[in-house]
Design a protein around this ligand. Structure first.
Ligand code: UD1
Length: 338
């Protein structure tokens, strides 16, 4: 079965390509290399011993998308990652984010609508919940007004898919709301490659430990949590990748109950920033240089998933511990700096 993975050379996309190929799917990657490199393909090949087809296409070009679907009219599914994901940049340049994240989605769905059928997996985010009133967060929690244009593209993206599925009954879609993806493949042949100064906690930690950054700033220790730092649900990227394969199979095997479904993808466990630092120090056997600074604007206090729905309906569960996930991130950082 042939699966299109857009953004398949990115951090999460590349791990999904590996899991798909491990399961015998034939993969076609579309990536415009805006935040990735063709070298990632070599990592994928060296893990799976299988060469994915790669097309350097920009999905913002509608004609290219139409042409691609003409050439590949036998797709069993589309997993759509290609999107911009930096919160701060989205505030600076909202139109880039709306164009990049929404036009591409619309063009892909239009092609499935033309064919009259299709299986579609969408990368959504726990950011759609904002600061939820109760923990853990179930899919029934309300969607809160987005804090950034990036977050808004995930909310609007979900609405675009939901509305399309209402009228196109043979399009089957699943939105996966990721919590915080971290780590890398155990082989350290693929992993996260942040451009410039990382904004996310784990790459900042590993770069500090590797000596690229002087010191980690912990954004606030006066939150109403047990140790005062924010709580998140950190999920290993390989576990997350496997959730995509499970979701895709649910659609291919027609096990879905509705033609648009939503799942939380996390571990179900919340960890504070200080707990993450302690776990990192333990696995890396290094002291991390950090200091407590002011809160970062826009941070929610706490977000961790209730994963019951995904566990039951997708038959999937996160298996990697926080320590193992951090160890994989550290192994990757050492490899790319080595
Ligand atoms: C952020 C985005 C979220 C996006 C996700 C993608 C915000 C408000 N949210 O999630 O929309 O889907 O990235 O990866 O930007 N921290 C530090 N020091 C640092 C970096 C982070 O203390 O240098 C803390 C943060 O305050 C937070 C936790 O670490 O409590 C995790 O931060 P981060 O990795 O940026 O993820 P989120 O903010 O949860």
């Amino acid at each position: 079965m042939k699966i299109l993975v857009t953004g398949g050379l990115g951090f999460i996309g590349s791990h999904v390509v590996v899991e798909l190929q491990n399961e015998g799917f034939e993969v076609i990657i579309i990536d415009n290399l805006s935040n990735s490199s063709e070298k990632v393909k070599d990592g994928i090949v060296s893990i799976t011993d299988t060469q994915p087809v790669f097309e350097n296409l920009d999905l913002r070009n509608k004609e290219s998308v139409q042409d691609f679907f003409k050439r590949h009219n036998d797709l069993s599914g589309v997993i759509h990652f290609a999107a911009s994901k930096a919160v701060g940049e989205s505030v600076e340049n909202p139109l880039l984010y709306y164009e990049n994240n929404l036009n591409t989605l619309i063009y892909l769905l239009q092609e499935q609508q033309k064919i009259g059928k299709g299986n579609f997996i969408f990368s959504s985010s726990c950011t759609v919940y904002g600061q939820a009133d109760e923990m853990p967060i179930t899919e029934a929690n309300s969607v809160k007004p987005a804090e950034s244009p990036y977050g808004n593209t995930k909310q609007i993206g979900e609405e675009i898919i939901r509305d399309t599925c209402k009228v196109s009954k043979n399009i089957n879609a699943i939105a996966l709301r990721y919590f915080n993806p971290i780590g890398s493949h155990d082989s350290a042949k693929i992993g996260e490659l942040p451009i410039g100064v990382p904004q996310n906690l784990i790459p900042y930690i590993t770069q500090t430990a590797a000596g690229l950054r002087e010191q980690l700033s912990v954004f606030g220790d006066d939150y109403p949590t047990p140790d005062g730092t924010c709580i998140r649900d950190y999920i290993h990227v390989v576990d997350l990748a496997k959730a995509h394969v499970a979701a895709l199979k649910r659609l291919i095997e027609k096990k879905n109950k509705n033609n648009y479904e939503v799942y939380n993808i996390g571990t179900g466990t919340g960890s504070s920033v200080l707990e993450v630092i302690n776990a990192f120090e333990k696995v890396s056997k290094q002291k991390l240089n950090y200091k407590i600074v002011d809160r970062r604007e826009g941070d929610v206090i706490s977000a961790y998933a209730d994963t019951t729905k995904a566990n039951k309906e997708l038959g999937w569960k996160a298996e990697t511990s926080l320590e193992d996930a951090l160890a994989s991130a550290w192994k990757w950082e050492q490899k790319i700096r080595g």
